[in-house]
Ligand binder design. Structure first.
Ligand SMILES: Nc1ncnc2c1ncn2[C@@H]1O[C@H](COP(=O)(O)OP(=O)(O)OP(=O)(O)O)[C@@H](O)[C@H]1O
Ligand SMILES: [Mg+2]
Length: 256
């Protein structure tokens, strides 16, 4: 049996004396779409930072496809096939849409190539970037400055940059935050498309998105996973319902 895409083993993270992640263990299977939900400040983004190497863990381990990536810098983790987006939109606003995607492609190719390789690589990168533009429905906006796109388009572009390097484990932090219903529906369709055949880990507050997209859901409360299960069982889980007391109705109507 092949190793899970992602394994978190008793991860801890403190800022100063304040514990933020308090012993998270979690497996995400290859090809699974996994959602992480939880109240504001639960530590969801921090968990993403620990996995992607932005912050070092205080203790514990992170394994990517069976290989230990604990303590590796973000670019090496990226090169092993994990790519993540940020909660706050992260694009190059002065570059065109196409250039943004091409940066993502080139960056993932590394710096190991000679000049002649580079010329060849640039052609590959252009073709790859064009195909990603199609996937994220921004081909018609190819030459527009990224900073001039609508908010929803910028978030789509960000997803394009995230997948540009060809990573097979993709992590998105609140990809539909701040979107209206129809923008959200488009974003979900896009996420489903670009994560086809890959492993997806997504932090999301919108329960209809979570229940629509996820094969499994983990609930993070105050730095601990209180449940990790299928959407149906998460919905029925009393501890989850208690943690989401105010939003029990949103769990109820998540697939409406
Ligand atoms: N660099 C930091 N230094 C100190 N404390 C931090 C740092 N980053 C996050 N925190 C604290 O860690 C806790 C968890 O923050 P985090 O951003 O991970 O939560 P979250 O679950 O992503 O919340 P949200 O749903 O609002 O995005 C918060 O109390 C936050 O203030
Ligand atoms: Mg967050």
């Amino acid at each position: 049996m092949s190793a899970p895409a992602l394994q978190l083993v008793d991860l801890h993270k403190s800022f100063g004396v304040t514990p933020i992640i308090r012993g998270v263990s979690l497996d995400v299977a290859l090809g699974e779409r996994h959602a992480i939900i939880g109240p504001n400040g639960a530590g969801k983004s921090t968990l993403f930072h620990l996995i992607s190497g932005r912050f070092p863990a205080t203790s514990g381990k992170v394994l990517l496809k069976g290989g230990d990536i604990t303590g590796l810098p973000p670019y090496l983790i990226n090169r092993r096939g994990l790519s993540r987006s940020f909660q706050v939109t992260n694009i190059f606003p002065r570059l065109s849409v196409f250039e943004n995607i091409r940066c993502g492609v080139l960056w993932s190719l590394g710096y190991r190539y000679s000049f002649w390789h580079l010329i060849e690589r640039l052609r590959d990168a252009r073709e790859r970037a064009e195909s990603i533009l199609e996937q994220i429905n921004l081909a018609a906006r190819r030459d527009v400055q990224a900073g001039l796109l609508s908010y929803a388009e910028q978030r789509a572009l960000e997803i394009g940059i995230t997948i540009a390097g060809g990573a097979d484990v993709i992590m998105l932090d609140e990809p539909t935050a701040g979107m209206n219903r129809s923008e959200t529906e488009h974003a979900v369709e896009l996420i489903r498309r670009v994560s086809e055949g890959k492993t997806l880990v997504v932090v999301e507050h919108d329960m209809s998105v979570v229940f629509d997209l996820a094969d499994r859901i983990s609930v993070l409360v105050y730095g601990q996973v209180i449940a990790s299960d299928t959407p149906e069982r998460i919905r029925a889980n009393p501890a989850v319902r208690e943690a989401y007391l105010g939003t029990a109705a949103s769990l109820e109507h998540a697939d409406a």
